[in-house]
Structures are given as C-alpha cells and as structure tokens.
Design a protein around this ligand. Structure first.
Ligand SMILES: Nc1ncnc2c1ncn2[C@@H]1O[C@H](COP(=O)(O)OP(=O)(O)OP(=O)(O)O)[C@@H](O)[C@H]1O
Length: 386
C-alpha cells in the first residue's frame, strides 16, 4: 500500500539500501539473490531485517550480516537495527542456483562457443619457471583494471595459486569452497574468483598423482559446477608439459588461447616451444610468450643473467615461424625478490609493490590483454613485439 503523504517509507528505503550489499562469494546484490526476507521499521525507527543465507554455516555469513547492519543503520530515520538470520529452504536454494545458471543447461559448460569470456591457458614446457606466480599476478592486475576475472588452478604438480593469493591458512591449506547444492562458489581474492585442485585435497602437501582422464574430469567439473558468473577473463594454470592436458583444454575450451611461460635459458626453449606446438595441434591459438626470471638488476645497475638470456625471444621466434600471425614476446619479467616473497606471503606484488620491475612487466601484459575486447577469439591480435 502506498504511504500517505508525508510519511516516509522507511522499510522501502531500507530495501533499497540493501541493494548495495553484495554476497561476497556470488558477488551480486543480496536483494537480487532473494536473500532478503522481511523488512519492517516501527514508529521509533527500529528496523528488523530478515536475511536468508544459502546454506547453514555459510562462511560469508558474518560479512553479510555486518554489511546489512551497516547499510540499514545508514538509512536516515533508522535508530536501531535487528538482523534475523535464517537459511533458505531447499526450494529457495534451487530457485537461486537455477537463476545463477540462467540460460545455461543444468550443469552445462560455462565457457562454450557462445561465451564472451576470453580464456587464456597458461602453459610451460617444464615446472618451476614461475607459471603460477605469473598467472596469479596477471589475474590480479587484470582485476585491478576493472575486469571480472577467474582462475582455474589445474596444476596438479603444485596447486600454488591459493597460497600466492593469500587464500591459505597458517598450515598452507586452501579453504574448501562453499557449496550450494551442486554449485560450487569460488573464494574471491584480490577481486579474482579462484578455484583450485588444492581446495579439494586434504592437506597442502597432498601428492596428487593423476592421470589424464581424471584431470580431464576435474577440469570439466570446475567448468560446469563452479559458479564464475559473467567473466571477462578466465585464466587456467595448467600443469607443466604437454599432452593430456592440452588435449583436454582443446576439447573443453576450444576457444582458449595460450600463453607460454619460459625462462631465458636457451636450453629451456625447446620444451617451451613444444608446449606451444602441442596446444596449437589441439586447436588452440598461441597468443604470446612471457619470459620469466630474466636478468636481475643489481644495486650498481649491472644485470645478473642468472638463467642466461634470450630464451623468451627465441621461443616467440620459433612459434611465429610459418604462422600468419606473429607470436609476440609479451614481456620479460625479471628475477625479483619481492615477487617471490609476495608469493610466499600471499600478497601479490602487482598490488603491494606495483613499481617493482617484475610487477611493472606483468602489469604491462595485463594492459595489453585488457585492451583486447571480449569475444574476438580467432581474430587478429593487436599486440606487437616489445
Ligand atoms: N621472477 C621471479 N623472481 C624470483 N622468483 C620467482 C620469479 N617467478 C617465480 N619465482 C619463484 O619461483 C618458484 C616457482 O614459481 P611457480 O610456483 O610460480 O612456478 P611454476 O612454473 O608454476 O611451477 P610448477 O608448475 O612446477 O608448480 C616460486 O618460489 C616463486 O616464488
């Protein structure tokens, strides 16, 4: 019923204010998610707000309750706030997951041919070249530019993304994501939605000896059951090497484009080139090479080429050979103690130390990728060799 003239619709004002409260995992207003139940404000300005959480023990509960209190208390005329927290009924939950999956078949793939999300598979010929470190920092740098970014950490040999992004506890264990029925809500770190194999194993040091088919099913499940929402960019951190995984990515994400990470070591160029060639054989486009662990600038200005030099340019040259589109060397990321330390403490240097030369090099790659518009898979890249 409309309010008589002169009477302020305080309950309506509270509902509008709650439109600014986001569910921290789903990243949509709680009002759109039907998480707000009854709202009443009495004559003395005492507001009562009912909140319905998706599941019992929802880890986001405290944050939601706090934000609801703050948003309600900020409405002029409200003098006191009481929040009544309850849990959705199974039917309400089903309605929510159906809505979040809107337009997609139940448990369907999220990044099919009709998707506008740019998918970058980050690969390397061998382990330890800094692929995960580069992927995590690149994702954060892209999110800082206002893009909606997700990471799938499928690197079974070292699921290090949660640690690099500060999601792990003191024992190095990644959080188990919230599940709403069969939908998995990825934790968010530095604006990036993250899902990792490390979130589904029992300890940080759990060895995962997986064969191709199992990894294929896991990636498939991540792509179908994890709620990423509408992403601009999805980065995949893949196990080093070639073969099974490249084939899986080719099948599951035919629009994926590949970034090859390598060290400057000329001897590493062969394996790095091979990872790019295999990706190409499975139908993916290699769009650039990132050289990592390049020369360390000494205090006296001289450069210490610990891992040699020229490997990145060499891989880019070889992958360009015979191709219509040149494969550019997108960046040469120097060795950096802050980059390594930030990975250890979970504080990515693109945020904490953006002026560090390694951070600047990764941010420059983010700038180039961010200016590519969505949904142009298969078209020419406006990227040039540095
Ligand atoms: N530019 C750099 N300068 C200094 N240390 C670096 C740099 N890049 C990565 N590192 C460090 O090197 C180690 C390996 O990095 P990372 O785990 O990212 O490699 P990876 O290629 O993903 O390895 P894997 O695939 O085997 O898990 C980490 O300790 C990381 O902090």
């Amino acid at each position: 019923m409309p309010e008589p003239d002169g009477v302020v619709d305080l309950a309506g004002a509270v509902r509008s204010a709650l439109g600014a409260v986001l569910d921290p995992e789903i990243r949509k207003p709680i009002t759109e998610l039907d998480m707000v139940g009854g709202v009443a404000v009495d004559a003395r300005g005492r507001a009562e707000v009912g909140i319905k959480l998706t599941i019992v023990g929802c880890p986001a509960a405290d944050a939601i309750e706090r934000d609801v209190r703050a948003a309600t208390a900020a409405v002029p005329g409200v003098t006191e706030v009481a929040v009544d927290v309850s849990v959705m009924t199974p039917a309400e939950r089903r309605a929510l997951t159906d809505r979040l999956r809107a337009g997609r078949p139940v448990r369907g793939q999220q990044f099919g041919p009709e998707s506008l999300t740019r998918v970058y598979a980050v690969t390397s010929g061998k382990g330890g070249v800094g692929k995960s470190t580069v992927t995590a920092n690149l994702a954060v740098a892209l999110a800082e530019r206002g893009l909606r970014v997700g990471i799938v950490d499928a690197d079974v040999h070292g699921f290090s993304i949660p640690g690099i992004l500060g999601l792990t506890d003191e024992n190095g264990v990644a959080p188990r994501p919230t599940r709403v029925d069969d939908m998995i809500l990825p934790p968010v770190a530095y604006g990036v939605k993250v899902v990792s194999i490390g979130m589904f194993v029992d300890s940080a040091s759990a060895a995962v000896a997986w064969r191709g088919p199992m990894l294929h099913r896991t990636i498939q499940q991540f792509l179908s059951d994890v709620y990423f929402g509408d992403l601009d960019v999805l980065l995949l951190d893949l196990p080093p090497g070639t073969g099974d995984v490249a084939i899986s990515v080719g099948q599951l994400l035919p629009g994926a484009e590949v970034l090859v990470v390598t060290t400057p070591q000329p001897a590493a160029a062969d394996v790095a080139e091979r990872s790019g060639v295999v990706a190409r054989q499975t139908g993916q486009r290699v769009i650039g090479v990132i050289e990592n662990m390049a020369g360390l600038v000494q205090p006296d200005g001289s450069v210490l080429d610990l891992f040699g030099s020229g490997g990145g340019a060499e891989v880019a040259r070889r992958l360009s050979s015979g191709q219509e589109d040149e494969v550019p060397l997108l960046a040469s990321v120097p060795l950096s103690i802050p980059l390594r330390a930030g990975g250890d403490t979970g504080a990515p240097i693109v945020v904490t130390d953006p002026a560090d030369p390694a951070a600047a090099a990764i941010r420059a790659v983010a700038d180039r990728l961010a200016t590519r518009s969505r949904g142009l898979a298969g078209r020419k890249l406006g990227l040039s060799v540095r």
